[in-house]
Unconditional design. Structure first.
Length: 297
């Protein structure tokens, strides 16, 4: 739908189909009564929110031209979600436990942020003389003069010696450079409205731990509500401006500062103490299984 291949009616029809399929699969597993734990993932609230947030966000560039369908689609999918939860509760056996979990919420996506353009304008990224800056995949970048680049939706990477093919940043200079970039980003204001574009940017070494940390971006960017990395940024493009209106149907998002889009945890049973984060849900499930024995789902 974002590329114009399906209209709103056809796209929502596909959502209804996949929702019904997932619902039927869940009820079938419940009826078989042969599992200690059943997990069903419903992606439809996420998808509908991405595509129809413009219908509920009065400040989105496309809100005024949003159809009545666009303005009611998110309410519809949450009504459907509530209906399914109610049906599941009817089918639960005595002693069964129900957990409803989302890993994120949603917020406005009104403005595209071309982060590589910002890096270019602030001297962290350099282009080849006479290059076409709009080319994707860093085709126009002069790596011999570039210290940092943006790739993906929330990541900034340093052009590190020994890691990048043409790296110029020494490993012992990386931490200070990341601090410098993060501090500069925190001062970035949208000239259209004076709002902060980025609430914070954190080093992966401070945010993560474990064997996959090395695969994370060097700097994780937490955008303010209303802003998100542009699609061009995700593929290494360097457009001619740093911020512009988002005029695509994909109008809601969650790739922002995490505190703006907290997830949700609902349980059909009391929890002894608040969970420190989503990683603790597995331990909660194990705890409930031990408490009630293998006969509960």
């Amino acid at each position: 739908m974002n590329q114009g291949h399906l209209d709103e009616v056809a796209w929502l029809a596909s959502v209804r189909t996949t929702l019904a399929e997932g619902e039927a699969l869940l009820y079938d597993r419940l009826a078989q009564d042969d599992s200690d734990i059943i997990i069903e993932t419903f992606v439809q609230p996420d998808r509908v929110s991405h595509m129809f947030w413009r219908g509920r966000d009065a400040l989105h560039p496309l809100h005024a031209e949003s159809s009545e369908l666009a303005r009611t689609a998110i309410d519809w999918i949450y009504d459907e979600s509530d209906r399914i939860v109610g049906e599941v509760r009817k089918r639960m056996r005595p002693g069964d436990r129900l957990i409803i979990l989302s890993d994120h919420g949603f917020t406005h996506y009104r403005r595209n942020v071309h982060l590589n353009r910002w890096l270019l304008d602030h001297g962290y990224l350099a282009l080849k003389p006479g290059a076409n800056a709009s080319e994707p995949l860093f085709a126009s970048v002069d790596w011999s003069r570039s210290r940092a680049y943006a790739l993906g939706l929330n990541g900034v990477f340093l052009n590190l010696q020994g890691r990048e093919a043409e790296g110029i940043v020494a490993a012992n200079a990386g931490s200070a450079l990341l601090d410098e970039i993060a501090a500069a980003m925190s001062q970035w204001q949208d000239p259209a409205n004076g709002e902060r574009v980025i609430l914070r940017a954190g080093k992966a070494t401070d945010l993560y731990q474990g064997i996959a940390t090395a695969d994370a971006p060097d700097l994780v960017v937490g955008y303010n509500s209303g802003y998100r990395a542009s699609w061009q940024t995700s593929l290494g493009g360097v457009p001619g401006t740093d911020i512009e209106d988002n005029r695509q149907l994909w109008s809601g998002d969650h790739c922002v500062a995490s505190e703006l889009v907290p997830g949700l945890l609902l349980t059909s049973f009391p929890i002894d103490q608040p969970l420190p984060g989503i990683a603790a849900v597995g331990a909660l499930v194990r705890s409930e299984a031990r408490r009630d024995g293998a006969g509960s789902q």
